[in-house]
Design a protein around this ligand. Structure first.
Ligand code: UD1
Length: 341
């Protein structure tokens, strides 16, 4: 059994990944400052997985605290690093907070790992690094361009830091996973996405509208050059994403990597329009969503979907769950969470 440290393990993707790791027999230690999640996640993970991850409450921006937390778990074989701020709009309003949090925590984590010889690292990256892709599907060789937000820029620059770090330290290995649009929740409905305040992203906005918390969903633009005029994205079930992290971490722990810095897209390879997502949600959950078409949102790209070839060939991983399963599980989580309101 190998011990894996999951930073940000109380959050949305982190908590689902803890479940997938525990299901594969790994021992999990969560490092989280609880700035955007609660300790309850650990109880919920235990309820689903039947095993409890250890929680270490630590501010990874603090170098000494990070070093001490790692020292207490120096037998760990790998780190999966989710701990970061991730709200696009907030990053535009408060760029320094984003650069401070996302970089200090990354650098302190890498430094602590280096000191202890914990040589495997999975990074939580984003398709946002492609900016406005010229062609789809987007492959890992598609040019990285300037992302539209400080949040996106932290992902791009973090990958550059990791590239330099791995070039200088050949015994240190990194897999950077570029997520397309993660949605949905664990089938139990015990854990799921819980954004702070008004959601920016489509799926939590839809589920909160269905739950009556938001009055109306605004569909941003129906004049894109797509089949129904609304923008197209590659939505991926969060449990598929979680399982990809387990495959990636095993690849490093088993020393199966071909290079010490590898990058993979995580998507399904299929794009759906905003209206298709709404329709699937309505049909699968037998309800109707109050929505209105409005102007395009600044910075939105018309069409983005992934090439899944590299992940399939090298990691042996492909997404298994379809859009229906994504929209059903998203609603199941929201309903379950709100049932005592
Ligand atoms: C966004 C971020 C991206 C980030 C990702 C994290 C932007 C421009 N991009 O991706 O950097 O990595 O979230 O999950 O913010 N939509 C509506 N109404 C809404 C919300 C969204 O019509 O209320 C539409 C959007 O215009 C878009 C699609 O739904 O076409 C998906 O939007 P969203 O969930 O915010 O994801 P992205 O914009 O793709």
């Amino acid at each position: 059994m190998s011990k894996i440290i999951v930073t940000g393990g109380c959050g949305y993707i982190g908590s689902h990944t803890c479940i997938a790791l525990l299901a594969q027999g790994h021992e999990v230690v969560v490092f989280d400052d609880l700035s955007n999640a609660t300790k309850e996640s650990i109880d919920r993970i235990e309820k689903i997985a039947g095993k409890r991850p250890e929680l270490c409450i630590v501010d990874l921006k603090n170098k000494n605290a990070t070093s001490a937390a790692f020292e207490a778990h120096k037998e760990a074989l790998a780190v999966i690093h989710f701990a970061a701020y991730k709200a696009v709009k907030e990053s535009v309003d408060h760029p320094l907070q984003y650069y401070e949090n996302n970089f200090f925590s990354l650098i302190n984590t890498l430094t602590a790992q280096q000191k202890l010889g914990i040589n495997n690292f999975i990074f939580s990256s984003s398709a946002t690094v492609y900016g406005m892709p010229e062609t789809c599907p987007v492959t890992e060789k598609s040019p990285v361009s300037t992302p539209f937000s400080p949040y996106g820029n932290t992902k791009k620059i973090a990958e550059e830091i990791l590239k330099d770090h791995t070039a200088a330290n050949l015994d240190f290995s990194v897999i950077s996973l570029r997520y397309f649009n993660p949605i949905g929740a664990h089938e139990s409905g015990e854990i799921g996405e819980l954004p702070n305040g008004i959601p920016n992203n489509l799926m939590p906005y839809i589920t909160q509208t269905a739950a009556g918390i938001r009055e109306k969903l605004m569909v941003f633009g129906n004049d894109y050059p797509t089949k129904d005029g609304t923008a197209i994205r590659d939505y991926i079930h969060v449990m598929d994403l979680a399982e990809a992290h387990v495959v990636a971490v095993n690849r490093l722990v088993d020393q199966k990597q071909e290079q010490n810095f590898e990058i993979y897209n995580l998507g399904t390879g299929t794009g759906y329009s905003v209206l298709e997502v709404i329709t699937a949600f309505e049909t699968q959950n037998n309800l109707s969503i109050n929505y209105e078409i409005t102007a395009r949102r600044d910075g939105d790209v018309p069409v983005v979907f992934a090439s899944t070839e590299l992940a399939s060939k090298k990691l042996g991983w492909t997404a298994k769950r379809d859009l229906n399963s994504m929209v059903k599980s998203a609603w199941n989580w929201e309903k379950n969470y709100r049932k005592n309101d």
